[in-house]
Each structure stands twice: as C-alpha cells, then as structure tokens.
Write a protein that binds this ligand. Structure first.
Ligand code: SAM
Length: 241
C-alpha cells in the first residue's frame, strides 16, 4: 500500500489544491477550534505529520510564531518548502526512530496532522506519540472517521484504518487531556460517476483502490449513490498530560 500511496500522492501534487476542498476546509476548522481553546501564539517546536505540499503548514506558519517547525511526509515534497522557514523531511511518520533523530532532547509543543492518520496503524502511532511531546503539548488532528467514503465501502468492500470517536477517546485518554473529539459528514455531488473517480485521483486518494473500475461499477455508482461521495472528517484537540 505504501508504494502505491507514494505514487498517487506524488502524482496528485499539481491537482491537490484545486480538488482537495474537504481537506482544506478541515484545516480551517481545526485552526478555528484550536483558537477557542488557547490564545497561545508562539510555540518553540512545531511538528506536522503528513504535510503534503504544505497547504496546512503555511496556514500554521501564518497563525503562529515558532522557533523551529519540522514538517514530514513520506513523499519528497521538499520543493514546496524551499523558500520557507519550515524544515521539511521525507520520512514515514510510523518510523519513530527516525523522527526522534531530528530532536535529541527537544520535544514538541504543538503537533499537527490533517487527513493523514487513516493511512497508518493509528493504535501503534498513538502509543509512540507521547515520547516526542512536551508536557502541555497541544495535539491538533484532522482525520477521516468510520463513514468516510462509505460508497466505496459498500460497492467494493474497501476502506482504510477508520476509527470512531470512542476509540480515539480510549487510545488517547491515558497520556492526553482531551479537549474535543468531534465527527461530521460532508457530501460532495458530482455530475457523473467518472467524475467521482477523477476527484479521488486528483486528491491522491486512489491508493485506496487497486481495483479495475468497469462500466458496470460506474452504472451501479450512479444508480445507487447518485454520484455522491461522503467524507467523514473527525477533529481531535488534546493537550499532553
Ligand atoms: C490527504 S494528504 C494531506 C496533506 C495535508 N496534511 C493537508 O491537510 O492537505 C495525505 C498526506 O499524507 C501523506 N502520508 C500518508 N502516509 C504517510 C506516512 N506513513 N508517512 C508520512 N506521510 C504519509 C501522503 O503522502 C500525503 O501527502
């Protein structure tokens, strides 16, 4: 899956901004929500996990001042960070050994990630996360929840590692004070079923399906789902104990 994901997200870099509208809305909602919990405007160390071409990174950098901001993605998107004060590294965010190498004794004060964690083993990831977070470190996460792309779950029986709010609560509560976990639904409607699949490709999410799309699939999709595609954004705000 990681091999495919590397290709699909790299290939979508030129179309991502125009098509990944839900992901960008999630970034804005996360920032809005965060502001209702803290008026902290400076962080010593900021870490972003799965930054893509840096759309969320730039919003974070515009909102907050920082001493040091590291952004990581499995795909080498370094060219998008060349002219910025953000330090980019191409790293698998499940590789905590490598992530820890960037820091020595320093830990983070703000950790952010949007529209990424459904691609990884979240249970194991959240076990390691406290080891790179300072006490009082804020955690700001947008991720896709259980009903995400439910049309694909129904039609092809495929889905990613989607979790529900209760599961996140359980995973996080030992090490984090949870400020908020909320889930919502967003539906996009397309003109044709083919446009749904094009949209998925343009946002890099086509690593999700290795299946060959047939005319029959398209017909079924139009009949059953009226060319709609459901997103289920889930927002997590927490502070390290
Ligand atoms: C939907 S994009 C989100 C990009 C950005 N965070 C945003 O809000 O627009 C998902 C990103 O996660 C990255 N990603 C997925 N799995 C990863 C992993 N194991 N390690 C690092 N990055 C990963 C992909 O390469 C892609 O750039």
């Amino acid at each position: 899956m990681k091999e495919t994901l590397l290709k699909t997200f790299k290939n979508s870099s030129k179309t991502y901004t125009q098509h990944a509208l839900i992901q960008q809305k999630m970034q804005d909602i996360l920032l809005q929500k965060f502001k209702s919990y803290t008026n902290t405007s400076h962080f010593q160390e900021i870490l972003e996990l799965g930054c893509g071409i840096g759309l969320f990174s730039h919003k974070i950098a515009n909102h907050f001042s920082f001493k040091h901001f590291i952004a990581l993605d499995i795909v080498d998107f370094s060219e998008y960070f060349n002219q910025t004060s953000i330090e980019f590294h191409s790293v698998d965010i499940e590789d905590f050994k490598r992530i820890k190498n960037f820091y020595q004794d320093i830990k983070n004060d703000l950790i952010v990630s949007n529209a990424v964690l459904q691609w990884i083993n979240q249970e194991s990831f959240f076990q390691h996360l406290p080891s790179i977070a300072n006490t009082n470190c804020y955690l700001l996460i947008g991720v896709f929840g259980e009903k995400n792309f439910l049309e694909f779950q129904e039609l092809f029986g495929i889905s990613l590692n989607y979790l529900n709010p209760q599961k996140y609560q359980k995973i996080l509560e030992k090490d984090w004070n949870i400020l908020e976990i909320t889930q919502s639904l967003e539906t996009l409607t397309f003109k044709t079923p083919l446009d749904v699949f094009k949209h998925i490709k343009n946002t890099g999410t086509n690593a999700l399906h290795s299946i060959q799309i047939t005319k029959n699939h398209l017909k079924h999709y139009a009949l059953k789902f009226e060319n709609k595609l459901t997103y289920s954004p889930l927002y997590i705000l927490a502070q390290k104990k």
